[in-house]
Design a protein around this ligand. Structure first.
Ligand code: GTP
Length: 487
């Protein structure tokens, strides 16, 4: 459990704590319990010390066993703080200790609440807050069981007096005037009723005067309410503070995870998966009159760069080319690292001729770029590019062909169901309504661009080849029939 000065600070400290091993976090829970128990011990000390003032409302005879119990729990928590870290490797033992710690603490706090006089404030904070804090630090199933046990105790404490069971309570009252003539044993409910009456009397005029305030200060009502606030409020603030830290850490780690999933670490471009997701979305949002272009770019002889200059230099080249791509394109283009030294560029709403022009300019920019690996090593790289533009005409043709296919499938499904006298499948009918572009349309576009890229490599590299032009050279009749040859 090493926390250095540099860790101090809300976020850093929380990160360190949640990064700890289970044994250290259990020790930390024991430390929190120790702190709470110490505050109870202090309360016992003050009441014992000022018996002269508090004797009218505190049953001092019961204070001693409570104080002993608090001391024992404190000693146990203290021992746990130092005991747990060394057994970090023994999982079974650690889990046993965690179960014992949460059970003992739940029992302890339930007894304290009963003996000090249960109030909804203390019971609520202990029940919910204690469980929340413990769940962040130790095995959740133990805390859940302890929480249920604790809830049962609170329910029992609330109901038992109605069945004539009197629970031991530190609260007592000796009143020499109204409403009782002499000291008398009162139940917890009777005492709180009197305390409420005293408070109401003090507040009768709607505002608290100094006289009534001092009258209240020395009353049992004030003492016990102050006690409950002392027990519950710091604990509530502390737990909410820790919970806030946990949530902010969760937010940060969610952001980090998303970034890792969506961004390629080396090039800082979109990852392949995120690039494809964005491409799918872009394809959905282009309107009926817009063309959609896809470029696949692959660096030439990249293996040689790795072999000649080393893998680090290869990485540097990838990062520099990625930088060129970022500078070259506007935000509308979707640029992602598709594979090792392959990049996918999606240009929504871009016609074939404009896309060819862009691809050619890009090829030239990369070829002109001088890579400086070390002070004395400079070289250039080239790239081959394959381009395919899905024209709006081809797109509606594909949609239509796909809709026909889906309809045929649905009809055959319907016939099949009627043959075996099954109820027609509603999904089949819905398919017809939602049929748009086929699910694998992105892969089809990319593989068409890939064919053009392969052709560019075959033609000697460092050039742009259009898949549309390649397809145009193929059998026109077949292409017309099938909406663009290979697609
Ligand atoms: N440094 C580095 N190399 C990578 C990375 N990813 C893939 N490579 C390497 O890229 C090289 C790709 O080699 P090839 O597929 O033969 O391609 P090429 O040498 O560029 O040849 P052509 O594509 O035919 O021009 C392989 O040696 C991979 O190990 C990476 O992230 N960093």
């Amino acid at each position: 459990m090493a926390v250095s000065i540099s860790h101090l600070g809300y976020r850093k400290l929380s990160r360190v704590i949640f990064g700890w091993q289970a044994a250290d976090r259990t020790s930390l829970l024991a430390l929190f319990i120790l702190m709470e128990v110490a505050s109870h011990w202090l309360w016992c000390l003050v009441v014992w010390w000022r018996q002269d003032v508090y004797a009218p409302y505190v049953n001092v005879t019961l204070l001693y066993p409570l104080w002993i119990g608090v001391t024992l729990m404190g000693a146990y928590s203290f021992w746990m703080v130092s005991r747990l870290s060394p057994i970090r490797k023994d999982n079974d033992a650690l889990h046993q200790w965690q179960a014992i710690l949460v059970t003992l603490y739940s029992t302890y706090i339930a007894v304290v609440i009963v003996v000090m006089g249960h109030s909804s404030l203390v019971a609520g904070v202990s029940l919910v807050g204690g469980a929340m804090l413990a769940m962040m630090l130790v095995q959740r199933r133990y805390v859940w069981r302890a929480f249920l046990g604790h809830a049962a105790v609170i329910l029992a404490v609330t109901l038992l007096p109605y069945f004539g069971v009197t629970l031991p309570n530190l609260r007592q009252m000796s009143i020499s005037s109204f409403p009782l003539g002499t000291y008398s044993y009162l139940t917890y409910s009777e005492m709180t009723a009197i305390e409420n009456a005293v408070s109401a009397a003090a507040l009768q005029k709607g505002a608290l005067s100094w006289d009534s305030l001092s009258q209240l200060r020395y009353s049992s009502a004030f003492f016990w309410r102050a006690t409950h606030i002392y027990m519950a409020l710091p604990k509530a603030i502390f737990i909410i503070y820790i919970f806030r830290a946990l949530l902010s850490i969760l937010d940060e780690s969610k952001k980090e995870t998303l970034q890792h999933a969506n961004q390629d670490e080396l090039t800082q471009l979109n990852s392949r998966r995120y690039g494809l997701t964005q491409m799918k979305q872009a394809l959905k949002s282009v309107d009926n009159q817009q063309d959609f272009s896809v470029i696949l770019l692959d660096l030439d002889w990249f293996k040689d760069i790795n072999d000649n200059y080393g893998h680090d230099v290869g990485d540097l080249v990838l990062a520099e080319v990625a930088q060129t791509l970022r500078q070259f394109f506007t935000d509308e283009a979707i640029v992602s690292r598709y594979g090792g030294e392959e990049f996918l560029i999606v240009l929504p709403d871009t016609k074939h001729d404009s896309a060819m022009l862009i691809a050619e300019q890009l090829r030239r920019s990369i070829a002109e770029q001088v890579i400086t690996a070390d002070d004395d090593i400079t070289f250039r790289v080239t790239a081959s590019l394959g381009l395919y533009t899905l024209t709006h005409g081809a797109r509606s043709c594909i949609k239509q062909a796909h809709a026909t296919l889906v309809q045929k499938e649905a009809e055959s499904e319907l016939n099949q169901s009627q043959k075996v006298k099954l109820r027609p499948n509603k999904r089949g009918a819905r398919k017809i309504l939602t049929a748009q572009l086929p699910q694998d349309i992105c892969q089809r576009l990319i593989s068409t661009a890939d064919k053009a890229l392969y052709e560019a490599k075959g033609r000697g590299r460092n050039q742009v080849v259009s898949a549309n032009a390649m397809l145009a050279e193929e059998d026109v009749g077949r292409r017309k029939k099938q909406c663009g040859g290979t697609l």
